[in-house]
Design a binder for this molecule. Structure first.
Ligand SMILES: Nc1ncnc2c1ncn2[C@@H]1O[C@H](COP(=O)(O)OP(=O)(O)OP(=O)(O)O)[C@@H](O)[C@H]1O
Ligand SMILES: [Mg+2]
Length: 595
């Protein structure tokens, strides 16, 4: 634990932090101005203890600059006003620079993430990816604004402080400078040890929170298994652990305060006492002692602050590294508006030659084992087969979410890898097995198929998808909010929204990955009719679970274990009494959903 915390920063790591700095490049003048205000503000601040001490000297009749007490009223008013103004502008400027700069990083990270290939998302959890934009960027922000500003301020305090006290009381300064920093550094080491506890407490708290979150998120699972008791006990145990760690943390923290009060204040008291002796012997004025002690306290704080700076820098080095790794890693595409030239429109001929595929995350399991098929433009094929046969995987390959491990996929006779990926995907639509809707209105969800589509187009698509009848039943119609915070839609309703989306997209190639859940006869008819409209004039691959969809296909491929076991028209396949299709068909006719 202790070793992990004592992070050292290597040169390359430090350079990474500097590279992140490039994001505030466009705002560098505001940054420089902020820095100037900061330094000026710190210097003005340092006048204060000296002026206060001199005021005490004047009060005791020993002023050095011939000032009267009345003058000090004006001096302090001036210092305070100036200090206030400088702080105000510094805060504004730093906020401007850090907010703009961090927004730049956030945007760049998001753009990178969203353009990464699907395989990247198999390897990383959603939470991990979003934390790049939240936790890591926030860490960087606090380093650049607060930490850096503090660093400069402490540095100014320290330098000005040393100069001033050396001038006021050289011999006392020497004693102070040899003892005080040691105490402060001891306090910091102690402080860092405490931080370890604080982190452990945080971690445990996060663990309890995730238990609660998961249970609430999956509340229907919890309830269906009657595991309310189990979850309650699990959460309570975790919270108790937080208490246990916190109490140990509190004990150490208590000791730390004892240390601060006795040793640190003891040190200040010692200097005060030394000073008092000097005042008594006439070597020093009371006011100067007063200033001296104030400067000492400020400098102590500054030394501690400088020490913390290093720890904070080490933390943000980690964050900077993660953010930069994202920013500098390759992506699949560059986000841009896709515009079509006449030659970009595909006809929709698809040829698969001996396609083999293994998911990058699961190298030991070959999912597709030599798949060959051919679809002419406008042809409709159905793919059927047992669960896990590789049907959805095939859909992902045609969308070019992954590339085949060997073999080729050709579109209109061109290798799929050679096509412009954005233009190609613009012409392929999928109605996936698991339909994901965005939180927002039904209108927005349909419009996703063609951003900027007019209301007429949306209604037209919804009507063709047979979605209008259920949408009209909602009081707010197309503006009904769906998703996490809105109404829940049934499987068939979601499907029809997805179909409407696909209709709007007007693709050349259509992939339908039917959900396994069976719809009732009426919804099935509605969805089926919508599909027929959608398929018209397009090349269509239908991963089918319903007899109605299969029957209308030009050709049926039966996929088993990543290979094509049978292929042909429905009438042909049904003839083979011992065939897989025949068996699947018989089972489904008897009401069991197996395809
Ligand atoms: N992203 C992935 N990473 C690793 N393996 C995967 C991934 N997606 C699917 N698989 C595996 O690939 C195999 C084929 O899955 P696929 O989803 O293509 O089956 P399917 O034929 O669509 O089944 P179903 O009818 O149940 O939808 C399965 O063994 C599955 O575990
Ligand atoms: Mg599937």
């Amino acid at each position: 634990m202790a070793n992990k915390e004592r992070k050292t920063i290597s040169r390359t790591e430090f350079k990474k932090v500097l590279r992140i700095f490039s994001f505030i490049g466009p705002y560098k003048w505001a940054f420089v101005a902020g820095m100037v205000f900061l330094v000026l503000g710190s210097v003005v601040f340092m006048v204060f203890p000296g002026a206060a001490g001199e005021m005490a000297n004047v009060a005791s009749g020993k002023g050095k600059f011939g000032l009267s007490l009345k003058d000090f009223g004006w001096i302090f008013l001036g210092i305070l006003l100036l200090q206030g103004l400088l702080s105000y502008f510094r805060t504004l400027l730093f906020a401007y620079v850090s907010e703009k700069g961090m927004a730049g990083i956030r945007k760049a990270v998001f753009e990178k993430l969203i353009t990464k290939p699907i395989a990247y998302f198999d390897e990383h959890k959603t939470g991990e990816l979003t934390s790049y934009m939240t936790t890591d960027v926030e860490k960087l922000q606090s380093t650049f604004s607060i930490t850096l500003a503090e660093f400069i301020r402490q540095l100014v305090i320290l330098i000005v402080g040393i100069v001033v006290i050396a001038w006021i009381a050289p011999s006392l300064s020497l004693i102070m400078l040899t003892t005080f920093p040691v105490i402060v550094i001891l306090a910091m080491v102690f402080g860092r040890y405490i931080k370890g506890f604080s982190r452990r407490r945080q971690d445990q708290l996060a663990r309890s929170n995730s238990i609660a979150e998961e249970a609430i998120h999956n509340v229907s699972v919890v309830k269906s298994f009657v595991n309310e008791w189990y979850e309650t006990v699990r959460y309570a145990g975790s919270v108790e652990e937080v208490v246990r760690i916190s109490l140990r943390f509190a004990r150490v923290k208590g000791l730390f305060f004892v240390f601060i009060v006795t040793v640190l204040f003891g040190g200040i008291f010692f200097i005060l006492w030394m000073g008092a002796t000097k005042v008594q012997s006439g070597e020093m004025e009371v006011g100067d002692l007063f200033s001296f002690v104030m400067y000492t306290a400020l400098m102590g704080g500054a030394i501690a602050g400088l020490g913390n700076f290093y720890t904070q820098l080490a933390e943000s080095v980690g964050a900077a590294g993660r953010v930069l790794d994202i920013l500098e890693s390759p992506t699949e595409v560059t986000p841009q508006e896709v515009t079509f030239e006449p030659g970009d429109i595909i006809e929709g001929k698809i040829t698969l030659n001996d396609v083999r595929f293994t998911y990058p995350m699961r190298k030991d399991h070959e999912v597709l084992k030599g798949l060959s098929m051919h679809l002419d433009p406008g042809e409709k094929v159905a793919i059927v087969g047992p669960s896990g046969a590789g049907k959805s995987t095939l859909a992902q390959l045609i969308l070019r979410f992954y590339s085949p491990t060997s073999g080729t996929i050709e579109i209109d006779g061109h290798k799929i890898e050679e096509l412009d990926i954005l233009k190609y995907r613009k012409q392929v639509a999928i109605v996936p097995q698991e339909i994901l809707l965005f939180g927002g209105s039904i209108r927005e969800n349909i419009q996703y198929g063609k951003p900027g589509a007019s209301d007429e187009e949306i209604v037209e698509a919804a009507r063709k998808a047979n979605a209008m009848e259920f949408i009209d039943q909602f009081e707010e119609g197309l503006d009904t909010v769906v998703g996490d915070r809105g109404v829940r839609l049934s499987g068939g309703q979601r499907q029809r929204i997805a179909i409407a989306r696909a209709i709007l997209k007007d693709p050349r190639i259509l992939i339908l990955d039917e959900a396994t859940s069976s719809l009732d006869a009426e919804s099935e008819k509605l969805v089926q009719d919508a599909l027929e409209v959608l398929m018209e004039g397009r090349t269509a691959i239908i991963i089918a679970h319903r007899l109605s969809t299969i029957r209308t296909a030009d050709c049926i491929y039966v996929l088993k274990d990543g290979q094509i076991a049978e292929q042909g028209a429905h009438e042909e396949l049904i003839q083979k009494q011992d065939g897989l299709y025949h068996a699947l068909y018989r089972l489904q006719s008897s009401g069991i959903d197996v395809m």
